[in-house]
Design a protein around this ligand. Sequence first.
Ligand code: MN
Length: 238
Amino acid sequence: MASRQALIALVAQHNGEHPDTYFIRKAYVDAIVQAGGIPLIVPPQPKERVAAALSQVQGLVLTGGVDVDPRLYGEQPRPSCGEISPLRDELDLAAAAYALQHNLPLLAICRGVQVLNVALGGSLVQDIPDEVPGALKHRQQAPGWYATHAVAVQPDTLLSSIVGSGTLDVNSLHHQAVKRVGKGLRIAATAPDGIIEALESTEHRFVLGVQWHPELMVESCPAARAVFEHFVQAAAAE
Ligand code: MN
């Protein structure tokens, strides 16, 4: 069973810089291929079509990208909120809803963990420097493969079963973060400043969201590779 190759959907990326382009950063695709999965890129399309596409796959990756519209979690936008993409919000929330409803293994990265949280009724910090005094630098200016801050991984979590509990060094390329945790989710890792860095579902087989970018660290960090390997294995065992 576990040797079956899993078809893994990745939501396409979109932003205002290239409004006529759907794209995906190759590191996501490469990490899935390296872990033994078969990538399928899912672009924006009507909700029912998103569900139809996901009915064909064994796992879903929610990729990084621009900010989630604060109105989707009941807030008005602060001046420090960044770019939003209604197209992506619609795609990502439809994909997240499908995965949660059908217990599809889900790996949610950066914007992805924020989407996962909002999909389950949680809220976000719109801008860490603006709203969290004394926070660390979470938008690093070092190369993406380079870890710049630590996170504490909670014991007895899905995440700790993959990377071990205790301290893990991660990269950090975000200015938003999880604020109020959504229903059915628990915190799996936090930064030393208290910023939530990983969430997971207590009600699903494999629903894991990380605020960092493991796809950029697969060469340098065994824990980053392990995240993709465990995710693809969970999908293949469907
Ligand atoms: Mn961070």
